[in-house]
Design a protein around this ligand. Structure first.
Ligand SMILES: [Zn+2]
Length: 273
């Protein structure tokens, strides 16, 4: 039997790393943060609670209005964070499921897009794993965790999507570490809340990071959905048993190296090696 070929993952267009971020609760401080993101070409996914918009009956005045969602987050991603932001693990499954599915449905109408991402309010609690089948049944494709796991690569399981760091005090150190890494699948995934820059860390904290990130060569700034779509397309490439033929059945071009040669496999394309 001949030697196995060396097949290595690459990010789109052979970029050398990806940076993604997620921001919870949809407060009015998202306005300033989104403006900074646009200035530096950064991307974020925004996880929202549909009963908390300030124009809702029992809404929260610290939150944006539902009417702002489409324009404010245009070019970014809207994800679900439940209807009312409860401690889900204290509730029966029917209530948990309703919190997920009704938020998704409401946000889809508000944002005018299909909502595929979910974040557990207050993290997942002790009974977290029991909630994953409910999130899957509600139609989500990935669920981010809030634990500071210091992970700098794509998750094996998108329903256990850990982050690289919180946006606060650990950001600078984790970012410096990321910049030294050479793994072709390196992924930096930040989470937090925009109000933290207003109340705790200061806006300079995030702007310094954004400026430095924009200066780095070869990075892809992507939403969670874009990362999910790309990794899923890569993992969905069909290979013959002798690894001599590959077929990309997805709608996304995938990039990799085959024995050191850079390969771009277009949607629907097959290739012999
Ligand atoms: Zn939250």
């Amino acid at each position: 039997m001949s030697r196995l070929p060396s097949i290595q993952f690459r990010w789109p267009s052979f970029l050398t790393g990806t940076v993604t971020s997620s921001w919870d609760d949809g407060t009015v401080h998202d306005r300033r943060m989104v403006q900074l993101f646009r200035e530096y070409g950064f991307k974020g996914s925004f996880y929202l609670c549909s009963d908390r918009f300030c124009d809702r009956e029992d809404g929260d005045s610290r939150c944006i209005s539902s009417e702002e969602v489409r324009t404010l987050y245009k070019g970014f991603e809207v994800g679900s964070h439940t209807v009312t932001h409860p401690r889900l693990w204290t509730l029966p499954p029917e209530v948990i499921f309703s919190e997920m599915v009704h938020d998704r449905q409401a946000l889809e109408a508000i944002a005018g897009e299909i909502v595929t991402g979910f974040v557990f309010p207050f993290g997942r609690g002790e009974s977290g794993d029991a909630m994953l089948p409910l999130a899957k049944r509600a139609g989500f494709l990935y669920a981010r965790r809030s634990s500071p796991a210091k992970v700098q690569e794509p998750p094996a399981d998108f329903f256990n999507w850990d982050t690289s760091c919180h946006c606060g005090s650990e950001l600078a150190e984790q970012w410096e570490f990321f910049k030294t890494r050479r793994e072709p699948d390196r992924l930096f995934n930040i989470w937090g809340h925009s109000y933290e820059f207003e109340e705790t860390w200061g806006w300079q904290h995030i702007e310094d990071f954004l400026r430095d990130a924009a200066r780095q060569d070869g990075l892809w700034f992507a939403t969670h959905r874009q990362v999910y779509d790309y990794i899923t397309a890569w993992r969905g490439v069909l290979w013959s048993l002798d690894l001599g033929r590959a077929h990309n059945p997805s709608a996304t071009p995938v990039f990799f190296t085959f024995n050191g040669r850079e390969i771009r496999l277009l949607p629907g394309e097959s290739m012999d090696f």
